[in-house]
Design a protein around this ligand. Sequence first.
Ligand code: C2E
Ligand code: MG
Ligand code: MG
Ligand code: MG
Length: 284
Amino acid sequence: VSKNAGKNRYSIFNEEMNVRQLRRMGLENDLRQSMDTNQLFIVYQPKWDSQHDRLVGMEALLRWRHPELGLVSPGEFIPIAEETGLIIPITYWMIGEVCEQNLNWQHELKVFVPVSVNMSARMFENPLFAGRVERIVRQSGLSAEYLELEITESIAMNSMEGTVEQLKHIQSLGMRVSLDDFGTGYSSLGRLDEMPVDIIKMDQIFVRKSDQSSKQAIVSTIIAIASNLELELVAEGVETAEQEAFLQSRGCYLMQGYYYGKPMTVEQMNEWLKEKVLHMPLAE
Ligand code: C2E
Ligand code: MG
Ligand code: MG
Ligand code: MG
């Protein structure tokens, strides 16, 4: 009996694997068509200076509206885009779109803030990456200081041939580089000072668990590291006034999270900007 039960469990497991593999294969196929059929779009989430109550930036996040499945989460489709290499043309497309959209905000609403785009490790396989970004930005007419690139600790640390040079090239154009999800990767703190980054984004796990004293100690340490290395620090995933108050009490004021604004379509962001940013007295 136990032998049969084991066999059954095994075959059920196998069927689950098949369902998952089939969905994955389907998504992979569909993702290839998604760019040409306007299924991909970009949402923007505000970065907020909670000390001066003002907008300091936005992060561009990719969305995929699948014709049958509806919205597919980035957690599911980004890894597929990375494995297939589709993330490469998608990212270049995004950089161009973000530059154009940011220029629109500058011209139409007089909103001048940098917008960041997430980079996959795959981008750095191409030694011409930085030059290509430079060309896209220059052709758009956007001043480079209004574009930021977000990289992960593994990109920064795995020191793939040329990655550091490419990031320095990006910085030399006036773009800033931020280190995303900080504290969750396998980064070596001992080399953080050598990395071409300007901004640290503290991962949301520390914010979410900031009622735990052990996590509070880590938050304070990250804040001290950022301050000592003169890096800007942004806390990710801030959802409540309590979390904001805690972060402020430890000296972190730049925030990103649902508490300030969710990722929004361009139309939603336009409304949000008119309500939250343009009707406020100008800072200083
Ligand atoms: P990320 O770059 O760390 O982006 C932040 C994620 O946290 C976003 O999830 C955002 O919607 C979510 N978030 C922001 N504030 C809050 C909050 O207060 N509470 C909670 N629970 N979540 C919050 P999203 O858009 O689902 O993206 C997930 C990840 O997928 C991103 O993490 C990034 O690693 C990847 N991703 C998204 N768009 C792109 C892209 O265009 N290119 C690449 N390479 N990766 C992307
Ligand atoms: Mg990011
Ligand atoms: Mg992040
Ligand atoms: Mg993340």
